[in-house]
Design a protein around this ligand. Structure first.
Ligand SMILES: Nc1ncnc2c1ncn2[C@@H]1O[C@H](COP(=O)(O)OP(=O)(O)O)[C@@H](O)[C@H]1O
Ligand SMILES: [Mg+2]
Length: 471
């Protein structure tokens, strides 16, 4: 029921294995995974030989229009929001009596599978958390909250000798803010959202009935990061305070503080994935700098070893939070995907232009509206450019907002300086200031990095009159 907590339970492992079947031009070669919503197959396109991952909706959901609509929305979001740390969707269709999504097949393992081998050292755990945050930044920039960040929904693969983490499974995603250019086949709030996800990773406010937003995703990344570091999941956040549970970790203190900031209650949590990512990057720069200085002192190594130098400074692995390479796009996949459906009219590709995605006519004709036996049209392929933080190869925000010394602008413009504190360009905040009184943000006392940034600006430039600034 809407608003009520509900956890999904996985169907039995032999549930719906359609290996060997053919859906249109796709041959289902082998099942590579399954979840509560669907099974995933490695599938070969008979026309081209290209390999895809086909996510096939479990048949028991076929008669549930909401499940089918959400499946379609999952495809639309995955097709339109591209980032190296997400998995691109190329097609969505109803063929051979099955609803399915075609996407890139990732040859790797889930974080859950990796954790079966035990906890992951902090350098690597942090790099995984960073990469998932980068994927989240891309989603959040387009107004979409993922709402099921968990080790089950994180794939790890090796690309050019480096590990890359990919966040996937947008089946529970929610369009929180309608961003320009996002084409969806259903109104974001028209479908009641069940509150379900992966136990131990769901943010406490969602367990209490909130629909979940960007900060709920931040909690989930924090819970995942904790699990990667310890090999154990957090207890139910309604039963135990996650911040207290995560107090003792083998993590440099500055990063530990960032992790605790992700597990805080909603209002005290990091206000955006971009700022959390920026804070981690800054922390890692500091740690690398300290290590370099330590190396310069290596002639004194015997003496240093007598001192209690924390183990994480002595570790050999350099901690990184690097931009991954762009997703390599096999020509066959990219070229084939829009023409998947042999029958009927083909929808032209969506092109990402400077202002966003231009929608072609016909997008509405997807999914359950298709009468039985008629093949619906494919999801149009957008230009597969990464859309967000890593676009220019450099993070948009490499430091937490409070470090931006906007106040040095000349001539000083208070509104512009405060705008630089916003967690992301589409965020809406209302700042109420009055001489000699504490600033209020959206009617509340300032908290987190946003609060610190706003207070920094106002400390440097105390207001002379009361005013409310809407940004
Ligand atoms: N693109 C992919 N490439 C390879 N394996 C995948 C891919 N997508 C999903 N999987 C596998 O299938 C499993 C279930 O996929 P998921 O999308 O999470 O389904 P559900 O929505 O039912 O939870 C994943 O945990 C993973 O093992
Ligand atoms: Mg899943």
């Amino acid at each position: 029921m809407f608003g009520e907590p509900e956890h999904f339970t996985l169907p039995p492992i032999d549930h719906h294995d359609f290996t060997g079947d053919t859906l249109g031009r796709y041959h289902l070669d082998r099942r590579v995974g399954y979840g509560g919503v669907a099974s995933i197959y490695a599938a070969t396109c008979k026309n081209t030989g290209a390999i895809f991952a086909l996510k096939v909706l479990h048949p028991e959901h076929d008669s549930n229009p909401i499940a089918v609509q959400r499946f379609r929305q999952e495809a639309q979001l995955g097709a339109q929001i591209r980032h190296p740390n997400l998995i691109p969707v190329y097609d969505h269709s109803w063929l051979g009596g099955r609803h399915f999504i075609a996407m890139e097949l990732v040859e790797g393992k889930t974080l859950t599978e990796e954790l079966a081998r035990g906890p992951i050292p902090w350098e690597r755990s942090t790099a995984i958390a960073c990469q998932l945050l980068a994927g989240l930044v891309a989603l959040h920039e387009r107004g979409v909250a993922h709402r099921d960040v968990s080790p089950n929904n994180c794939m790890l693969e090796e690309v050019d000798g480096r590990e890359r983490a990919r966040l996937f499974d947008l089946s529970h995603a929610r369009v929180v803010e309608r961003a320009d250019g996002l084409v969806l086949g259903l109104a974001p709030e028209s479908v009641p959202m069940l509150i379900y996800g992966t136990p131990h990773f769901i943010a406490p406010e969602r367990l209490r009935g909130s629909r979940g937003d960007f900060r709920s995703d931040i909690f989930e990344v924090g819970a995942l990061w904790y699990t990667a570091l310890t090999g154990a999941a957090l207890p139910d956040p309604l039963g135990a305070d996650p911040v207290s549970v995560a107090q003792r970790l083998d993590l440099p203190p500055i990063l530990h503080a960032v992790l605790l900031g992700a597990l805080e209650i909603h209002t005290r949590r990091h206000h955006s994935a971009a700022s959390m990512l920026g804070t981690i990057q800054k922390a890692l720069e500091d740690i690398r700098g300290r290590r370099q200085r330590m190396r310069r002192l290596k002639t004194f190594a015997p003496l240093l070893s007598l001192l209690a130098i924390p183990v994480w400074f002595a570790a050999r692995n350099e901690p990184t939070c690097q931009a991954p390479p762009a997703i390599p796009k096999p020509a066959s996949q990219g070229a084939e995907a829009p023409s998947v459906i042999e029958a009927r009219s083909i929808v032209g590709p969506i092109g990402i232009e400077a202002s966003g995605i231009v929608a072609p006519a016909g997008v509405k004709a997807l999914g359950i509206e298709a009468p039985s036996g008629v093949e619906p049209e494919p999801i149009p392929l957008p230009t597969p450019e990464p859309t967000s933080v890593w676009l220019a190869g450099e993070p948009v925000q490499t430091e937490p907002p409070r470090r931006e010394r906007a106040v040095s602008n000349s001539p000083f413009n208070l509104r512009r300086a405060l705008a630089k504190c916003k967690p992301h360009p589409t965020a809406r905040i209302e700042i109420t200031i009055s001489p000699g009184e504490r600033v209020q943000i959206d009617g509340e006392r300032p908290t987190g990095e946003l609060g610190r940034c706003v207070e920094d600006v106002l400390t440097a430039h105390p207001p002379h009159q009361a005013e409310t600034i809407k940004l």
